[in-house]
Design a protein around this ligand. Structure first.
Ligand code: COA
Ligand code: AMP
Length: 646
């Protein structure tokens, strides 16, 4: 077995040889001769190469005689539907839909926005864009019309692909009214909306005809029936494959741009060496195609590897029960599974003794990977003890596209350490910088590193972000300017004497609710829309199930006499309307004043410590300490702090 540490060293000392070797796992139409062009803050992987992503995900497996292998297993706990697609069937569906998109005028470099539930059409539409060299931008179904409109304005897609709707437990989410509102808010950009009619959800293209000026609504099946299958278009390796929006410090989300060739190489490496997945293996990633995890490890990674991927529509609990994940593993002989710690906490809450885990159901499962948020030691122990399967906590971001730190079990199984996301992956030079930007890596006892800002020396490895859509300046400002020569992850943590990285939390105002990344800044922007609100602060507080939840604190404009219960309900509704149900925003507290420093900065950290019941110090710079007393007594009295409003 290859030892991992020398491989990682080689990736940093001789990136050209390391990544050109890794590139041999990909089929190129122009094979790369150069690994990277790097000048200062700019780098391009495989600058002289060309390829097509769907050829790598589909056609080449068929050409290698594996066309009858199952590529995709759709399993809907919401409708009871089960459907398998072989590689050949999936390629044919993708080529047909690519033909339909081509007929709608989509070509290389055009953007197509996808707003789809977890059905095979989501995978087909993503791959169909990739077949044409078009750039997809998937928007998670839990986002509201305003968020959809923001993304339409930024990405300027000519086509939107959607469905009549999604299914949430006890609730049908009709997408078409949401899409219509978004198009009204972002006029003159989208020419065509393709609608996949789902029997389970009312709404169709025909019912929308004429609803928004200049927009044509067409039915998916009809568009496909009229089309001829499209051949794959080779693209330059650095051409964007997709733009995926994620929350940043400001209210406007950042469109993370992913290249094609670097991503293919990185995912091919990760599938084999991190996830230990290859042809004939099945991977079950319980996430959503609206998140980066879905892009990389439901769709592109597994298909690049020639493996079988499970597409699951449902929840870890309640659809129908806490045994659904385990039955999927059993039924589909899953080798590798990936989910978020929140999902395990949800299962643990309703089934602490794992009574819903059938005997022997996990016999094929080799590893359970977790990411998206910090894995708390209690959940980690519960899962380790109860499931009897090695757990790998690994760390990455929408921006990086694949793990920064992990346990590369396909190469060498490293000992696990509770609380750590294990070691840096190839090409990631993980450093800890102190608050003044000094590199303190290895300066602690035994070569360990004290807590600080986790930064990555540039260039970042293949597969990581190519930039922020439409704004090279924003890429530099957001990620590269804080610490020259480094990418700032905005996570804090430390490294132990064995090189194990411990990721402790964000250093910006991004919070993580049920593994979903939200910006408190954008929540604050919404709260201030309300005419009664003078000031507000939103902080991430501890939540037993979701890791964190957003808690809002507002002060009222002078002379406003409002019913507090009603105001709280209105603010909750406002967030749902503007950001969407995904924000899961329910806690609002009305205060007379917000705690601030003399220079006017809101003391968010102290507020969080108070709400979480942690010890706190009254900052020397506080403007008026009695404001904290009022917050403490509001929390203690339960005078609604945090007020639960549904
Ligand atoms: N479309 C529309 N609405 C959606 C949605 C979607 N795709 N996904 C979630 N929502 C809605 C939910 O219906 C819920 O609405 P409600 O306020 O009307 O109840 C709201 O958004 C919050 O959803 P969620 O965060 O999923 O909370 P929940 O209480 O419904 O479920 C869990 C709790 C733990 C079961 C759920 O959060 C979960 O499955 N977590 C795992 C997360 C995960 O896999 N993350 C991937 C990152 S790697
Ligand atoms: P996202 O871009 O939505 O994937 O969120 C990325 C952020 O989630 C990271 O910057 C971390 O703050 C957090 N995160 C992801 N995985 C982990 C992990 N394994 N441990 C701790 N935090 C994590």
């Amino acid at each position: 077995m290859v030892e991992y540490a020398p491989e990682w060293r080689r990736s940093l000392d001789d990136p050209t040889s390391f990544w050109l070797d890794a590139a041999s796992a990909v089929d190129w139409t122009v094979v790369p001769q150069r690994a990277v062009d790097h000048h200062g803050d700019e780098w391009t992987w495989f600058p002289d190469a060309a390829l097509n992503m769907t050829v790598n995900c589909l056609d080449r497996h068929i050409d290698a005689g594996r066309g009858e292998y199952v590529a995709l297993r759709y399993h809907s706990a919401m409708t009871g539907t089960r459907k398998d697609y072989t590689y050949r069937q999936l390629r044919d569906r993708v080529a047909e839909f690519a033909g339909a998109l081509e007929d709608l005028g989509v070509s290389r470099g055009d953007r197509v926005l996808l707003y789809l539930p977890m059905t095979p059409e989501a995978v087909i539409a993503m791959l169909a864009c990739a077949r044409l060299g078009a750039i997809h931008s998937v928007v998670f179904g839990g986002f509201a019309a305003t968020e959809l409109a923001v993304r339409i304005v930024d990405a300027r897609p000519s086509v939107v692909v959607t469905a009549s709707g999604g299914l949430e437990p006890g609730r049908v989410v009709e997408y078409l009214p949401i899409v219509r509102r978004a198009l009204e808010a972002a006029p003159g950009i989208v020419r065509t909306v393709v609608v996949r009619d789902r029997a389970a959800v009312p709404g169709s293209a025909a019912s929308m005809t004429g609803s928004v000026d200049g927009v044509r609504w067409c039915d998916w099946d009809e568009a496909v029936a009229a089309a001829t299958p499209a051949p794959a278009v080779p693209v330059v390796s650095s051409d964007p494959l997709y733009v995926l929006y994620t929350s940043g410090t400001t209210g406007s989300p950042k469109g993370i741009v992913r290249d094609t060739g670097g991503y293919a190489v990185a995912l091919a490496w990760a599938m084999r060496n991190i996830y230990d997945v290859g042809p004939g293996d099945t991977i079950f990633t319980a996430s959503d195609v609206g998140w980066v995890v879905g892009h990389s490890f439901i769709v592109y990674g597994p298909l690049l590897a020639g493996a079988t991927t499970v597409l699951f529509e449902g929840k870890p609990v309640g659809t129908p029960d806490a045994g659904e994940f385990w039955r999927i593993v059993d039924e589909y002989r899953v080798k590798t599974m990936f989910t978020a710690p929140t999902a395990l906490r949800a299962i643990r809450r309703v089934d602490p003794d794992l009574e819903e885990l059938p005997d022997g159901a996990l016999r094929t499962l080799r590893t359970l990977f977790l990411a998206g948020e910090r894995l708390d030691p209690e959940t980690s122990r519960w899962a380790n003890d109860g499931l009897g399967v090695p757990i790998v906590d690994h760390w990455w971001q929408t921006e990086t596209g694949w793990p920064i730190c992990a346990n590369p079990v396909g190469l060498e199984v490293l000992p696990a350490k509770v609380g750590s996301t294990a070691v840096a992956m190839p090409g990631y030079d993980v450093r800890i910088l102190d608050s003044r930007g000094r590199d303190v890596t290895g300066t602690g006892p035994g070569g360990s590193t004290p807590e600080g800002n986790i930064a990555l020396r540039v260039p970042l490895p293949p597969g990581t972000l190519k930039g922020v859509w439409g704004s090279p300046g924003r890429f530099r400002d957001a990620y590269l300017s804080a610490f020259p020569g480094f990418y700032a992850t905005e996570d804090a943590g430390h490294i132990d004497e064995d090189g194990y990285v411990f990721v402790m939390g964000r250093t910006d105002d991004v919070i993580n609710v049920a593994g979903h990344r939200l910006s408190t800044g954008s929540l604050e922007e919404v709260l201030t829309i309300h005419h009664s609100v003078a000031e507000c602060a939103v902080i991430g507080v501890h939540d037993e199930l979701k890791g964190q939840r957003a808690a809002g604190f507002v002060t009222l404009k002078a002379h406003e006499h409002v019913d507090h219960d009603q105001l709280q309900a209105e603010l909750v509704a406002l967030v749902r309307e503007h950001i969407g149900p995904v924000a899961a925003f329910r806690d609002v507290t009305i205060l007379d004043r917000l705690p601030k420093t003399r220079s006017g900065k809101i003391l968010r950290k102290t507020m969080r410590q108070i709400v979480d019941g942690e010890p706190y110090k009254i900052p020397a710079t506080i403007e008026d300490p009695t404001v904290l007393d009022a917050l403490v007594s509001a929390v203690r009295s339960g005078a609604g702090t945090p007020q639960k409003v549904r």
